[in-house]
Design a protein. Sequence first.
Length: 579
Amino acid sequence: MSKSSFPISLVKQGAITEPQRAQAQSSCEAQGCSFAEAVVKLGFLNEEAVAVGLSKHLGHPLATIENGLLAVEEDTLLALRVPEEFARMHGVLPLSVEGKTLAVAMTDPEDMMVVENLRLMSKCEVQPFVAMKSQLFKALDAFYGEGVDLITKTISEGSQASHAEAEEPSSRGVRVNLDASSGPQTGIDAVNLVNAILKQAVSERVSDIHLEVFDDEVMLRFRIDGVLHPRTSPPAHLFPALISRIKILSRLDIAERRLPQDGMFSLNVHNRSVDVRVSVCPADYGEKIVLRLLDKQAVELDLAKIGLDPRQREDFLAAAREPHGLIFLTGPTGSGKTTTLYSLLNTIKTPTLNFMTIEDPIEIKLRGITQTQVKASIGLTFASALRSFLRQDPDVILVGEVRDAETAQTCLRAALTGHLVLSTLHTNDAMTAVARLTDLGMEPYMLASSLTLVAAQRLVRVLCPKCRQAYRPTPDVLAQCLAEADLQTQVDQSTIVFHRPTGCEACARTGYRGRAGVYEVYRINAEMRELIYKESKNLSPLRNAASKAGMRNLRASAWHKVLAGVTSVEEALSMTAAD
């Protein structure tokens, strides 16, 4: 079948409507993207639904991480049939060989040129499987290996480590292509080494890169799944050049070494678009630089995949579908609050409503939502932008963070005048947000009438599924688990099994791979409104009322993750506090 028939097939399957098909085809022609990408960008279908539709259309099986077909172990002989460079360039993953048939997962099985090249290089007939792009590239990392120490290689060999080609700088900094190569060079320089650091960081799923100098020693550390890990230290004499190179990419002042600076740039590596936020801070021995990486393809804005249990997800959606009210999400920096709020907006957004956000910074661009960046230097603050938003006929407003009384009061007025307002606070748990908001000047009776949901979250490391080890917990630990999870009479204790980390190649010997959210979600009911009105400073009755309504606190949610084999006891206890 031709590619042009796939849009019509989606309409026949009932996945999209005819007007949506027409709009998506116009969009893909205007933007030069595929029809599948246009459908996802427009929000008509998610990536999984498109893959399912393509599978039905072509009659090819669907390969996903969930059904186990993309969980391919490293296999040198299989990798030789499809070289890594070709696989990453065209989005293909060899799955198995049976006789003279090569099974291959593909993002675009209709690309007959790629299928023919696969047939020629493997000398096998090709059986295509349909795969989602985001899942396939994760599987490629696992199959071909992602732990190559490019930094050590660059330093020891003094060779070119994927020379960068920078496009014309924009207001968001430089875009760097780490997959491009300009031919072999010799000698170590800042360009080569920065490229190697960035490329290895993306391969290792790093969230933050820390680069600092102490006397005559340089320290390089990667934060992976919330924990810092040392990496090969660059030569001390190159440190000033490394800082200057990163400043140039971020469009910062390379001569300024006394004051902190912030910037950003984007990079492309392995068909991934990664935004890099840069923070430079003066220190005793020289400047310290921290780079925060946001791999857009690694972030799934789906409420069903971020760690919420069914009851918590239903409460979030019910509150978000109210025509007006306040929703607050609390937690420390880096706990995933923004991702949760983005997932919520992505779930409820519709062309019939006007969505607006004010953020500092804008983490991910959301199609169909007006996003504004705070610029305090010119007076564009959360409060001033929010006041302006109220003249823009909004339905749903996201305020990145409530930091002061003015912003809090403006959020309250917006909620009381018929708008749904979502925001974040820095408090240790969800109920403390009630006391914090009254401290910021919200009258208890007004807060009680407008607050619809308050939640808190943490991120716990997920046990590596390939090497986690099952064991029977001790009676004391099991008793603590069942008591704090309120499950003493609901489970058969003789069947309970916990899991612990061990470590393997797939998780870099840490025992963990990835993180999941742990939540407490409190949907404000009538009893809780009455308590907020009467006793906004006394939080114990509020917590008791939430517990009586069947809502879990953070510790209870963490224990449920332990019981499900998602994380370990140590991780659950370290990331949450007893109520």
